[in-house]
Design a protein around this ligand. Sequence first.
Ligand SMILES: [Zn+2]
Length: 85
Amino acid sequence: MLNTCYFYCEQCKKERHFVPLHRAFKFAGVSRSTMYYWIDKQWVHWRELPSGRRIICEESLSHSAKGNSDAGPPAEKSSRKGTAA
Ligand SMILES: [Zn+2]
C-alpha cells in the first residue's frame, strides 16, 4: 500500500494529501499520543479508511505543527459552532 494518498477533506472542502498516522505525528513533530489527542479534539482533519485506519489531512497538520512542538493545541481560529462531538 502507498503511504500517502489524496482524498476529499470535508473540513478543507477540497482534495487533500492525507498521510497515515505514523507519518502524521512525525510530520507534525509530536508524539503518537499527542496526535491521538489532536484527533480526539478534532484539531486535525482526519478520516477513516474502510480498513479502519485513520489518515490525517496534511494541510491541517501543517497548521497544527506551527508553534506547537508538543501537546499544545493549535490556535483555535476556526469559529466552530457548537458541534457536539
Ligand atoms: Zn483538511
